[in-house]
Design a protein around this ligand. Structure first.
Ligand SMILES: CC(C)(COP(=O)(O)OP(=O)(O)OC[C@H]1O[C@@H](n2cnc3c(N)ncnc32)[C@H](O)[C@@H]1OP(=O)(O)O)[C@@H](O)C(=O)NCCC(=O)NCCS
Length: 188
């Protein structure tokens, strides 16, 4: 990638079949896989890509969105899952794919875009997430975007051969409105 993408220029777009090889490569990086709360399984490329095909099917409960720069270069993945329109809540997850692009403000910008979509387009009231208790960079990003820690889920994940505590965090629409008054005022 010639220049580092500017966080102000990134956008989210729906996942396509052409994105799956990049996703496979990103999931090979243990610095990503070991930080995600979900389990990890080694798969071959063909098996993994065939498994991911089902992510392309339309779903009202899960949105997988690729983070791209102004030139549509793929930067990472964000997911809004468990979308519950009765309780108007969902769960967020994210990673930045290329290691060289982590720590440059892209994660924070992408979380803010996903929260705008969740609160201002879909009309959700609560977005929550789960993060491993030693994932300091991720927690910094979530706090900067308005998430607050709600509690510690003891030994809720099994990572790298040991149980790890998981922190449950959430943000409400009213928190987001307070932090992003310029965008939020467009719909209020
Ligand atoms: C977590 C992740 C999405 C954040 O995206 P990012 O683009 O790297 O994050 P940003 O650059 O926007 O912000 C990172 C913040 O963490 C801080 N940080 C980075 N490394 C740190 C460290 N070792 N200790 C403390 N803070 C650290 C940065 O200073 C920055 O905070 P600041 O803006 O207050 O200075 C990305 O690092 C990633 O994909 N990590 C691997 C997968 C992962 O952990 N996903 C989240 C699972 S819950």
């Amino acid at each position: 990638m010639p220049n580092d993408p500017n966080p102000a220029d990134i956008r989210l777009r729906g996942l396509t079949r052409e994105d799956l090889p990049a996703l496979f490569e990103w999931y090979q990086d243990r610095r990503v896989a070991d930080r995600l709360v979900g389990g990890y399984r080694l798969r071959g490329r063909d098996e993994a890509i065939s498994y991911m095909q089902k992510w392309l099917e339309p779903s009202s409960a899960t949105f997988r969105l690729i983070i791209v720069d102004a030139a549509d270069q793929r930067l990472g993945l964000t997911i809004l899952s468990g979308i519950d329109l009765a309780n108007r809540s969902a769960e967020l997850s994210i990673f930045i794919g290329p290691q060289a692009l982590r720590g440059k403000g892209l994660g924070k910008a992408a979380v803010r875009l996903l929260l705008d979509h969740a609160f201002l387009d879909i009309g959700l009231n609560r977005v929550e997430l789960r993060v491993l208790d030693d994932n300091v960079p991720a927690m910094r990003v979530y706090e900067a975007c308005g998430f607050v820690a709600e509690g510690r889920m003891r030994q809720a994940a099994f990572k790298q051969g040991r149980f790890a505590d998981v922190i449950l965090m959430s943000i409400l629409a009213e928190d987001h409105r307070r932090l992003q008054p310029a965008t939020a005022s467009a719909t209020t």
